[in-house]
Design a protein around this ligand. Structure first.
Ligand SMILES: O=C1O[C@H](COP(=O)(O)O)[C@@H](O)[C@H](O)[C@H]1O
Length: 236
């Protein structure tokens, strides 16, 4: 369990975006200083979009930065639900390498997961940063309760990604997914969470209280990492 969980509270989404973008920029610069390159995983969904807007305007050596979505919905590239498509809009014009982890929306979600895992084996590991979002149902990345939950939480540590069929399906994007495994998430050099709204705050607070016995994916992420975790929160 992380014994250093720190909440950072902001007045609004714009203030949170500026602070989180600064932190990510610092992590990217440090990795480039240390090794000449940075590899980061960023979440999908709507909450992080203002962060990406701010981060993409930062003066960084973008050509040295690889960005992967920490999870992907299995939909064609360009689909409004595609997480990498949203990331590509912000960061491809800057020169970053934005890597689709599901380049083809194949029907077999387990095969999509295996293919994403194989793609990721070529990346420098561990990730320099994994930024996580949280759903109001407590999911993080695309780790959901369902038939693949145990595999996502306790699969071999070499497995970086896997296919997931959420059960129940989340109403806002009811499709199978590919996600980073819990092992890949918790092995990252830095772990940050960005959430908005009172409902999600309550979900994360409950998960922290429950500790190792938490049934929610975000609770399991916090229980399984040894890293200090910054949780950034804005009311909207
Ligand atoms: O489905 C997903 O949901 C979560 C939360 O998204 P938000 O729109 O409520 O911010 C996100 O972190 C995850 O990457 C995404 O695929």
């Amino acid at each position: 369990m992380s014994d250093e969980i720190e909440w950072w509270e902001y007045d609004d989404a714009a203030e949170m975006a500026a602070a989180v973008a600064d932190d990510i920029g610092f992590i990217i610069e440090s990795a480039i200083d240390a090794r000449g390159a940075a590899v980061i995983a960023l979440p999908g969904g709507k909450t992080p979009l203002p962060i990406y807007d701010k981060l993409s305007s930062a003066k960084l050596e973008w050509k040295r930065v690889t960005i992967i979505p920490g999870d992907e919905r299995i939909v064609p590239l360009g689909d409004p639900l595609s997480n990498v498509t949203a990331l590509a809009k912000f960061f491809l014009p800057k020169g970053a390498r934005v890597m689709p982890i599901v380049p083809h929306a194949i029907e077999d979600y387990k095969a999509a997961g295996r293919s994403a895992d194989a793609l990721m084996q070529d990346l420098h590991w561990p990730l320099d940063l994994c930024l996580l979002g949280v759903g109001s149902d407590g999911h993080t990345a695309s780790i959901f309760p369902g038939p693949d939950y145990d595999e996502a939480l306790t699969g071999p540590k070499e497995r970086r990604a896997l296919g997931v069929m959420p059960d129940p399906m989340p109403a806002d994007a009811p499709v199978p997914r590919v996600t980073l495994s819990m092992a890949a998430i918790t092995a990252a050099r830095a772990l940050m969470i960005a959430v908005a709204g009172k409902e999600k705050r309550a979900v994360v607070e409950a998960a922290i209280k429950e500790g190792k016995s938490s049934k929610s994916p975000i609770g399991q992420a916090l229980a399984r990492t040894e890293l200090p975790v910054d949780i950034h929160w804005a009311p909207n």
